[in-house]
Design a binder for this molecule. Structure first.
Ligand code: UDP
Ligand code: MG
Length: 351
């Protein structure tokens, strides 16, 4: 019996040149204004990929409980040169869940590419990513912001701190700045599907699986319309999510801080003994006592909070709820009339 999973049969070298498939997964949350234009660009791109690389494309729009007309618009998009799937989730489950839904519906044995639906990820770059997969044999081709010049100093420091912490002692480092715009080869996509966790930090998981990884620097375009749905508080949430799924560094830091405080307390105790017995002074205690009580109390509460985050994670993994529910699913094949597939109940049923 083995406890590993062999996905080697899906390696790019093993695949026949004629049968290459690419599924483009686009999570959509209130993106009605830009969807038609994005689709037009993807259709044009599909034609290029077919002609130059022999890649057959499909696009999967995952409507993550949009409040606007995104779903209605997505349903009407024409399958011009590429298959169009529309997967509508039963409510807003968050981007990570939407990406998972897309991955679950992507064609088995094909490569998968993830891109945002707001125009920030330039479709023109996709051909470069596909080239690194097909011609150079890379499995995970991820894009990273070429620079962060337009972000504030505080934001850059926070990002730096986050990656230092999450990569502390990690065998496979998550590259700082890498985004969700990335291509996974068939075997990398198959590997990602095998990961069972409910709390998904996609950037981390796509790195963790290994294989041949390649970085492509790019300049994200400004949002084509609307505003970002990731507020500072949501970013903090995502960071805690990432940290607790990928690293026990905060717990180790907590132990180290405890050790350090105990050591300082020991030295302090020694100095008090010295002052009492050698110098013959009685120690004036009140202020120092208050400070140390408050420090220790504060640090302990913080540590309990950190441990609580991990316990919360264990609880949500233990409940093992589906990551999302599909309310509606339709497929339109290029060159064929549309068909409506009715809702598979959940992720497990969608398999
Ligand atoms: N998104 C989603 N569900 C959400 C929030 C966002 O599917 O709950 C999608 C959104 O439609 C977009 C992508 O995730 O395609 C990135 O979102 P956004 O542009 O708000 O994030 P940012 O680019 O600022 O990180
Ligand atoms: Mg965006």
């Amino acid at each position: 019996m083995t406890l590993g999973t062999d996905v080697s049969a899906l390696s790019v070298r093993g695949a026949s040149a004629a049968g290459r498939d690419l599924s483009i997964v686009v999570p959509v949350f209130n993106e009605a204004a830009g969807l038609a234009l994005l689709h037009e660009r993807l259709s044009a791109l599909a034609a290029t990929l077919k002609a130059r690389h022999g890649v057959a494309c499909e696009v999967i729009y995952v409507d993550d409980g949009s409040k606007d007309d995104s779903l209605a618009i997505a349903r009407d998009l024409p399958p011009d040169g590429l298959d169009v799937q529309v997967v509508s989730l039963s409510r807003n489950f968050g981007k990570e869940a939407a990406l998972m839904a897309g991955l679950d519906h992507a064609k088995r044995g094909g490569a998968v590419l993830f891109m945002d639906g707001d125009g920030q990820h330039p479709p023109a770059l996709i051909e470069t990513l596909v080239g690194h997969w097909i011609d150079d044999g890379y499995d995970v081709v991820f894009t990273a912001k070429a620079h962060r010049d337009n972000e504030s100093f505080v934001m850059r420091q926070a990002v730096h701190g986050f990656y230092t912490l999450i990569n502390w002692g990690a065998r496979q480092k998550i590259p700082a700045d890498a985004g969700d715009f990335r291509l996974l080869s068939p075997r990398a996509a198959a590997a990602l599907r095998q990961l069972p966790e409910r709390n998904r930090f996609f950037k981390g998981l796509a790195t963790w699986i290994g294989f041949r990884q390649m970085r492509v620097a790019y300049e994200p375009a400004p949002r084509a319309h609307g505003v970002t749905s990731f507020s500072p508080s949501r970013l903090v949430g995502l960071s805690i999510e990432g940290l607790t799924s990928f690293s026990v560094a905060p717990l180790r830091l907590a132990s180290l801080a405890g050790l350090l405080m105990a050591f300082i307390a020991f030295l302090f105790g020694l100095s008090i003994l010295w002052e009492t017995f050698v110098d013959g002074k009685s120690v004036p205690g009140y202020p120092s006592l208050m400070v140390s009580v408050m420090t220790i109390g504060g640090v302990q509460l913080l540590m309990i909070g950190i441990v609580g985050e991990y316990i919360g994670k264990i609880l949500s993994e233990l409940k093992a709820r589906p990551i999302y529910f599909v309310a509606e699913h339709s497929v339109k094949h290029a060159d064929a009339p549309s068909e409506r597939v009715d809702a598979p109940a959940d992720r497990a049923a969608a398999e």
